[in-house]
Design a protein around this ligand. Structure first.
Ligand SMILES: NC(=O)c1ccc[n+]([C@@H]2O[C@H](COP(=O)([O-])OP(=O)(O)OC[C@H]3O[C@@H](n4cnc5c(N)ncnc54)[C@H](O)[C@@H]3O)[C@@H](O)[C@H]2O)c1
Length: 433
């Protein structure tokens, strides 16, 4: 069973099923089709499936051309789960958000696992890629899979291999980012090696799925905690009239033992504001607290409020208030050069400023309107970046420093700017926040 599957994977005759065609699933699909595998993509969102089948992309960083090439090479998208019997590998790339109590919402993982059960058969490998707490694969997937007549490690194989995708990062690709891999049994790991070893340059094999799950969380916690640290130090630096960016850049010249992290208006994206709390929740099971995670969370969550206070102070300094002032937000996405709004601090800033009576508008090259999210329903239309729009605003709030913005035009035509990204030179009318 195992040998046959490994052979199919190595000969690339195996069909790769990817469940969840989002920021993680799509790049993986492209990589597999690029090297000669047939990929069956499954998603519950019919509109995404239709768009992909028509050769359109649904993510800014993936061109329509890449989707069209993938279609030519045998990619097919569908909402029909029963097609999964055709797949030799089933890779799960579904969301793992938090619920409103900031606890892990594993419903997507559990529902998807339940949805694939009827189509599992001997000689398949199942891989979970979604970020999650240590124990998920063993506690949630393994018993469900074994509730059928299949036996993991004998006639079906189960691994966990976290995705390390960094949307917008042009230095690394799916192929060149080393991939961590843990299996339920040594046989699972062996099949996992065949699944990923042909697509990824370097595999980092670990002793269990739990270790692989916690590795991914450590990476994201490391970022969240260090961003919390620089965000706190930024507030102190402002009070002491020190440019925190100058400090970080000087410290970054140390050739060892220092990694630069940069402050901002708050955390965003599907990973850093969310994933650490998966561990916080799981830690309670063994009676422990994750104090660093909680402290960083508190500091980072308060950053939009700090920015709003700076906006108020800036307007006050020219005899105005937030209430009634025209405030133009530059950048909606949670980080520059991408079209991802998830958990974006810009939305928090807009809501806070509207609540205080600000007259808000926005510009973002990736958005004409603001799509509704789980937390926000903001009905604004995007404006165009030109000298008139800039000069008619009482204050410009640079929330996301997209490279597409013309920063010379921005500084030349704005009377007052609050810069949350350290993109502009400090001056009388540029306030850092
Ligand atoms: N976005 C990133 O940069 C990134 C990086 C590393 C890890 N991750 C992790 O990867 C996982 C997926 O994240 P993403 O950013 O790709 O999410 P996404 O929202 O972009 O994509 C998820 C896709 O899954 C689909 N989906 C939801 N429920 C489904 C179901 N039951 N069956 C089939 N499809 C379903 C959705 O329609 C969507 O297309 C998450 O756990 C995330 O934490 C994301």
């Amino acid at each position: 069973m195992k040998e046959k599957l490994i052979e199919r994977l190595n000969k690339k005759t195996a069909v790769i099923g990817i469940i969840g065609l989002g920021y993680v699933g799509l790049p993986l699909m492209i990589r597999y089709t690029e090297i000669g595998y047939k990929v069956l993509g499954i998603d519950i969102d019919q509109s995404k499936v239709n768009a992909l089948m028509q050769g359109n992309s649904i993510i800014k960083n993936i061109s329509a051309e890449k989707i069209q090439t993938a279609l030519v090479h045998g990619f097919e998208a569908t909402t029909d789960f029963s097609r999964l019997v055709e797949a030799d590998a089933l890779i799960l790339c579904i969301p793992t958000p938090l619920n409103k109590y900031r606890e892990p919402d594993l419903s997507y993982v559990v529902d998807t696992t339940d949805a694939i059960l009827p189509y599992l058969r001997k000689g398949q490998i199942v891989s979970l890629e979604s970020t999650t707490y240590p124990g998920t694969t063993e506690e949630e997937l393994l018993p469900r899979i074994e509730s059928t007549d299949l036996k993991v490690g004998e006639n079906i194989f189960l691994v966990y291999s976290p995705e390390r995708e960094d949307p917008g990062n042009t230095l690394f690709t799916t192929r060149t980012i080393p991939k961590v891999l843990g299996g339920i049994t040594p046989a699972c790991l062996e099949v996992g090696r065949a699944l990923y070893g042909n697509a990824i340059d370097q595999l980092v094999e670990v002793s269990s799925t739990k270790v692989a799950e916690m590795t991914k969380l450590l990476e994201n916690i490391h970022r969240a905690v260090n961003i919390g640290l620089v965000n706190e130090l930024k507030i102190l630096a402002h009070k002491m009239d020190i440019d925190i960016y100058e400090v970080i850049n000087a410290a970054a010249t140390k050739p060892f033992g220092f990694t630069p992290y940069y402050p901002g208006p708050g955390l965003g994206g599907h990973c850093i504001p969310i994933d650490p709390f998966y561990l916080t929740w799981k830690a309670k099971e063994v009676g422990l607290r994750t104090r660093f995670i909680e402290l960083a969370g508190e500091i980072n969550t308060n950053m939009p409020k700090y920015v709003v206070q700076k906006v108020g102070d800036a307007l006050n300094s020219v005899g105005k208030s937030i209430k009634g002032s025209k405030i133009l937000i530059l950048g909606l996405a949670y980080k520059k050069n991408i079209d991802d709004l998830r958990e974006s601090p810009s939305l928090e800033l807009i809501d806070e400023l509207i609540e205080r009576g600000g007259n808000i508008s926005f510009i973002d090259p990736f958005f004409k309107t603001i799509p509704r999210t789980r937390k926000h329903n903001i009905k604004l239309r995007g404006e165009k970046l030109n000298p008139q729009t800039l000069s008619s605003a009482d204050l410009i709030l640079l929330a996301t420093d997209h490279d597409d913005f013309d920063y010379q035009m921005i500084t030349d035509h704005s009377s007052l700017i609050v810069d949350t990204r350290g993109r502009l030179k400090s001056s009388k009318n540029v306030i850092k926040a």
